[in-house]
Design a protein around this ligand. Sequence first.
Ligand code: SAH
Length: 211
Amino acid sequence: MTPEDTMRLLVALRSRGVTNMRVLTAMEQVDRARFVSPTFAARAFEDVPLPVASGQTISQPSVVGLMTQALDPQPRDKVLEVGTGTGYQAAILSKLARRVYTVERHRALTRLARVNHAALGLTNITQITGDGSHGLEEQAPFDRILVTAAAEDTPGPLLAQLRIGGSMVLPVGVSDHVQTLIKVTRTADGYEYDELSPVRFVPLVEGVEHD
Ligand code: SAH
């Protein structure tokens, strides 16, 4: 990541409303070129989503920034991410939290993410192949949950696996239609919902692909 790449990324993030210094610093530290396919390496620092293996996409940097800022992970937090892709968002979360578990339904992507994280020396991330809509019961409860694929409704198991006082950020809505980024906070009495912004994500799909 050259100083020009970093500058370009920071300008894009700030212009889209990513202002949290911890988030900006974490994003400066993670080289996005590592998470895109070599064909697209030259475009790694443009603020656009790009295609990756298994017909999936790496999220747009400003969307990663806004979601991370809304999630606001703290240094002692245990975080669950649903939808690893090639592992870019998980790498950023790993700079901000104690421990990150990330679940992906395409086995080929889980493996790729594992390689990418190892190459960057990120040792506090566990990559799991599975259907993340069920969460990760054996590691629950989580302080923070981030979902990077859109469901029509908030999956019940994810609500159940959120610690009281914890929060979850996720896109909800039908794929190819308007989706809304929401933040769910678990209180002692129940759940509070906040609508954040319109977004567009690939759908949350059931089951696992052994590709
Ligand atoms: N977080 C990624 C973005 C990945 S795109 C990044 O940092 O770039 C969303 C990912 O969610 C895709 O890889 C897709 O395969 C995955 N996905 C969709 N439904 C899923 C499910 N039920 N469980 C786990 N992963 C899922």
